[in-house]
Design a protein around this ligand. Structure first.
Ligand code: ZN
Length: 251
């Protein structure tokens, strides 16, 4: 089933669009060129400029990710990611999604006869390969968290240990989440351990955003609403636009 949420503008999203527009306007003014241009340092492929951001909605298909009741992580990931892609489109930032429908990516590149027992590892390899071949300025993995302790909540950003820009972008995203999503969120960015396959191996700047805890009833209820998912996407949009701005200025 193909499912790409289209952006439904409401007042919350307008507020964030103004925030993003302010960031981008600052960029354009500083650089004397339209926003969204030249942030990615890589060469064109077949005349098409590379995406500046690769958005990777985690899981999909037979891999539902974290599940609580009828709520599956893979669906929320795709909805947040689709909204984020719409926002990039709107502001002329080139982005690419690793998946736009409900599927795993194990057979995207490799011609295995039999994927039994290998689907998850080939799925992750494909996502890594898409990101590596993109030449993007940032890979953003979109996930939802789950923890045995119900009280755990709040957006959490992990970053790749392989590039300084990964930590830099993670800091910006985490600070925007505190400022615009939940001022009570005291979480700090975390460097990915080897348990996070893609972040450990990837050589383009990369973060993985756990948007919230499905195991926390309050946060799950929020994440189940389109309005809150748009808000999360808007925070990811504005913070990553700020990151593109910073690397363009060489900070
Ligand atoms: Zn996940």
């Amino acid at each position: 089933m193909k499912y790409i949420p289209r952006l439904v503008l409401n007042y919350t999203v307008y507020a964030f669009l103004f925030m993003g527009a302010a960031v981008l306007a600052g960029r354009a003014a500083l650089n004397g060129r339209p926003a969204g241009i030249d942030a990615a340092p890589t060469a064109e492929v077949n005349g098409t400029p590379p995406p500046q951001i690769v958005i990777d909605p985690g899981h999909g298909g037979e891999d539902g990710g974290a599940a609580v009741g009828d709520t599956l992580e893979k669906d929320l990931n795709l909805q947040v990611a689709g909204c984020l892609a719409d926002l990039y489109d709107l502001f002329g930032i080139r982005s690419e999604m690793t998946r736009t429908d409900d599927c795993m990516l194990y057979d995207r590149f490799d011609d295995l006869e039999d994927y039994r027992g290998k689907k998850k590892s080939y799925d992750l390899r494909s996502r890594l390969r898409i990101a590596e071949e993109s030449g993007a300025a940032l890979y953003v993995g979109v996930h939802m968290n789950k923890f045995p302790k119900e009280s755990s909540k709040g957006l959490q950003v992990y970053y790749s240990p392989n590039t300084d820009e990964s930590a830099q972008s993670a800091r910006i995203i985490q600070s925007y989440a505190k400022k615009y999503l939940d001022p009570a969120n005291e979480r700090e960015t975390k460097q990915a351990t080897s348990s996070i396959y893609i972040l450990k191996r990837i050589t383009v700047p990369a973060v993985l955003v756990e948007c919230g805890f499905l195991s926390n009833p309050e946060e799950r209820a929020l994440l189940e609403t389109a309005e809150y998912r748009q808000k999360v996407a808007a925070v990811l949009f504005a913070s990553t636009a700020e990151y593109l701005n910073e690397i363009q200025k060489g900070r």
